[in-house]
Design a protein around this ligand. Structure first.
Ligand code: RP5
Length: 198
């Protein structure tokens, strides 16, 4: 079966777990003006398998909470390599500013994506194998010099932090996102301070 083409995809914001793109969604041209629209996704969240979503939902939730437009797609390095290169190669021209890439087994997805774009790529190791994500962590963090991947913690904490980092990156020059991020951090501080007398 042919791999899904980007031209068959469709981007959206505030993606929920059930809103992953499918090949049946409306056709759009890769270079159309969608990237210029305010709702065009700034952050691409990709993962090697739908089975990764239970960990990556934390990233999707935080991007949604912070009002950062994003898209969520399944992109497998070893099962859909042509789709992976198409996605990474067109990401910048479509208006994406950051890619969050998560993978568990044979976790070369973030590094391969980084090799095809100058956008910052944030890698999230997924605890999907017998080695519980340590293998993915080492694979993602040990990029050879020259093609960096910003590597986060294994699993859900890493997914959440990848979203916060992505929000921080795109908030330069977007005051409303920066303020929401500031408020988000302040709430975490308040939570701890309110519990300090135990
Ligand atoms: C990797 O292999 C994915 O990122 C996932 O973590 C792991 C297992 O994938 P499935 O067999 O669940 O599709 O490609």
């Amino acid at each position: 079966m042919a791999e899904r083409s980007l031209s068959q995809g469709y981007h959206y914001i505030g993606a929920a777990a059930t809103n992953l793109t499918t090949p049946d969604m409306p056709t759009r041209r890769a270079n159309d003006t969608a990237a210029k629209r305010p709702s065009a996704p700034l952050v691409g969240v990709i993962m090697g398998s739908k089975s990764d979503l239970k960990h990556m939902q934390a990233a999707v939730d935080i991007l949604t909470e912070l009002g950062v437009s994003h898209e969520v797609r399944i992109v497998s390095a070893h099962r859909t390599p042509d789709w992976m290169f198409e996605y990474a190669g067109s990401a910048e021209s479509r208006g994406l500013e950051v890619i969050i890439a998560a993978a568990g087994g044979a976790a070369h997805l973030p590094g391969m994506v980084a090799s095809k774009t100058l956008l910052p790529v944030l890698g999230v190791p997924i605890p999907a194998t017998a080695l519980n994500g340590i293998d993915a962590l080492l694979s993602i963090v040990q990029m050879p010099r020259g093609v960096p991947v910003g590597t986060l913690a294994v699993g859900e904490p890493g997914a959440a932090n990848a979203a916060l980092l992505a929000a921080s990156i795109v908030s330069r020059g977007r005051r409303e996102i920066r303020e929401r991020l500031r408020e988000w951090r302040a709430k975490r501080t308040d939570e701890v301070l309110s519990q300090r007398d135990v």
